[in-house]
Design a protein around this ligand. Structure first.
Ligand SMILES: Cc1cc2nc3c(=O)[nH]c(=O)nc-3n(C[C@H](O)[C@H](O)[C@H](O)COP(=O)(O)OP(=O)(O)OC[C@H]3O[C@@H](n4cnc5c(N)ncnc54)[C@H](O)[C@@H]3O)c2cc1C
Length: 592
């Protein structure tokens, strides 16, 4: 009888855990499947960037009710399972977690029980991920042997019928198949630290303690990493937020620097919807049948995103807007007339404008800042109403579901090269701004910091950033009456794209040098990872590594939208992709 199939998972954050869950379930479902699974991870397995060492004030931007790593409950209803498979929320409730609702001016904390819509500390998720890993390890069936290697993989060499992994301590391990789920790379914790841009452009970790009170610090970006930096330099320096009759106020510690924030677009991220995750679904919508897009794929072969796909996306967004506008505001019934896009425009929703903002020029710094505050205030209002009650939020959030269909057309070389570059530069970037923003609480805190004068945005969109001795000058480019300010240091407010993970990983550098993998986008400007075929095998000029699989962040570009914790709903794709790889390994027909 042939021996078991040996599988290695290199890098076990949430995506490596999703692979393990699929292998584990395959073994539970079929006793003839015999597996040895090696998990190679220097940190606590399963946890990835959600380290339990993170400060409590760094929050998830995913509502806790949306996270569940036990995908077998959804994907394998036939599985009779003898152990508990709690969702993140169920596990937190069972552990009697409570959230601080707000802090009163006298310092007393007001707490309450959890709700599924809560955005909780990241380190709580780390604890759940560890629980998931421990559960899978403890309940491994007899036909799956699990071995954990707390080491870093440095290289992987092809054998005639397998792969040989070399570790940082010089030892080696042979496997039949290897998953590369390296996520944010070899030091995942660094993604929650302050990252200073040096005058050469390189990023270096910066200790918050080295920043003086009142020191002017530039922050490039409005996204989640920028919000982390702001939180480190305010709450992390002893400040706190209190709820008064006026709303949320910031109580300064006196140790905060002065934060000068800016970004290329000058646009804020849209806060996540608050409350239950009710998608505004329309019966028969494109997101449900997909017929229009599938027809497009069949008819055209390689597609131009703007010409062929974007009109369908915009119409779907507009239709979701109109659907909610009709159900929430009867007087808006006129919206139903004509094409959904036209109706939506009449109702004040311009999906194309939301997705592809024109470059605006403002009269002066004050005009820009007033417009920014307006947008944030209306974004907060829409997020509080949620997609079931805010027509615009419904239109925007439909993008979340549409990602699946966009993937079906775009991924694995579906677009012409020119259109692919356009899609990555404009559409993908804006999708992140629109639907992967911070929770409402973080935007409320931002406004409180703005009122307290701790955060300012004086230079408008896309300022020129000039290195000078002892710091930086930020000079406006889109204000008619120009404005400038000086910063002593500059922090990067962007999560590092896949390209910088490739550059920072000794393993990927070795694999690249040996010609086993290559970057999908040699220019490094499109936020892409590795070149992969449609079965997630890395490929280079003329060769494909069929015993390697790449999932998650490093598949970005080949596969679209991978920066999330694998979970049910619109995040189930991570599990179905991993499942397809597992089917290939165990010789089972692909299941979906
Ligand atoms: C600051 C930040 C906050 C985020 N917040 C959210 C959020 O709230 N919700 C959400 O859905 N998404 C969030 N994301 C997106 C994030 O991409 C995913 O949630 C998730 O972390 C991706 O999981 P992963 O397993 O691919 O990567 P990671 O979590 O980065 O895990 C990868 C693992 O691989 C290991 N590894 C790397 N190289 C090697 C090697 N050579 N040998 C062995 N092991 C190796 C690392 O040690 C690490 O444990 C956030 C991202 C960032 C940067």
């Amino acid at each position: 009888m042939a021996g078991p199939t040996v599988v290695a998972i290199v890098g076990c954050g949430p995506w490596g855990l999703a692979v393990l869950e699929r292998l584990h379930t395959a073994a539970l479902l079929d006793a003839r499947v015999r597996l040895v699974v090696h998990v190679i991870e220097p940190g606590p397995p399963g946890v990835g960037i959600y380290s339990e060492k993170l400060p409590e004030y760094l929050l998830l931007n995913t509502a806790c009710g949306q996270v569940d790593l036990f995908a077998s409950k959804i994907l394998d209803p036939e599985l009779e399972c003898a152990f508990a498979r709690p969702s993140f929320f169920d596990w937190l409730e069972a552990q009697a977690y409570r959230v601080t609702q707000y802090r009163r001016p006298d310092g007393a904390e007001v707490t309450r029980g959890l709700q599924k819509a809560d955005f909780l500390p990241r380190r709580w998720l780390g604890r759940y991920l560890r629980l998931v890993f421990d559960t899978l390890a403890r309940h491994a069936p007899p036909n799956l042997e699990l071995r954990v290697h707390p080491r870093r993989a440095l290289d992987i060499a092809a054998l005639p019928a397998g792969e040989r992994i070399r570790f940082d301590d010089g030892t080696r391990l042979d496997a039949d198949y290897v998953f590369l789920t390296l996520g944010h790379g070899e030091s995942p914790l660094s993604h929650s630290e302050l990252r200073e841009t040096s005058s050469s452009g390189a990023l270096e970790t910066l200790e918050p303690a080295s920043i003086e009170p009142g020191e002017p610090i530039g922050i490039a970006g409005f996204g989640l990493t920028a919000i982390d930096s702001i939180t480190h330099l305010t709450v992390g320096k002893g400040g706190s937020f209190v709820r008064t009759e006026r709303g949320l106020d910031y109580v300064a510690s006196g140790r905060e620097p002065r934060l000068l924030q800016f970004s290329r677009s000058g646009l804020p991220y849209e806060p996540r919807p608050q409350g239950p995750d009710e998608m505004a679904r329309r019966p028969g919508s494109l997101a449900h049948d997909g017929a229009a897009i599938r027809h497009l794929i069949d008819a055209r072969g390689q597609v131009d995103f703007r010409r062929d796909l974007l009109p369908l996306v915009l119409d779907e967004m507009a239709a979701c807007f109109s659907h909610v506008a009709q159900t929430t505001k009867p007087s808006a019934s006129a919206l139903a007339a004509g094409s959904p896009a036209a109706g939506a425009r009449r109702g004040g929703f311009d999906p194309a404008g939301d997705l592809f903002e024109r470059e605006r020029v403002f009269a002066d710094s004050g005009a820009y800042q007033a417009s920014l505050l307006d947008r944030i205030a209306s974004g907060l209002d829409e997020s509080r109403r949620g997609p079931a009650r805010s027509p615009r939020k419904a239109g925007i959030e439909s993008l979340r579901e549409l990602r699946e269909l966009v993937r079906a057309v775009v991924d694995f070389g579906g677009l012409t090269p020119e259109s692919f570059a356009d899609y990555r530069r404009h559409f993908v970037t804006n999708i992140y701004r629109l639907i992967v923003g911070p929770p409402v609480q973080k935007m409320e805190e931002w406004l409180a910091l703005r009122r307290a004068g701790v955060v300012v945005t004086p230079v408008g969109p896309n300022p020129r950033v000039l290195a000078r001795s002892g710091g930086w000058t930020l000079r406006s480019t889109r204000l008619e009456r120009s404005a400038a300010c000086e910063a002593s240091r500059l922090l990067s407010g962007h999560a590092s794209p896949a390209q910088s993970v490739i550059q920072g990983s000794a393993l990927l550098q070795n694999l690249t040098a040996e010609g086993r993998v290559r970057a999908l986008d040699p220019s490094g400007t499109l936020g892409c990872g590795l070149d992969l075929d449609a079965c997630f095998h890395p490929r280079t000029q003329g060769s494909t590594a069929r015993r390697l699989f790449v999932l998650g962040l490093l598949s970005e570009g080949a596969r679209s939208f991978n920066l999330y914790v694998p979970s049910p709903g619109s995040r189930l794709r991570a599990f179905t992709d991993a499942d397809a790889c597992v089917s290939e390994i165990i010789g089972r027909p692909a299941r979906r």
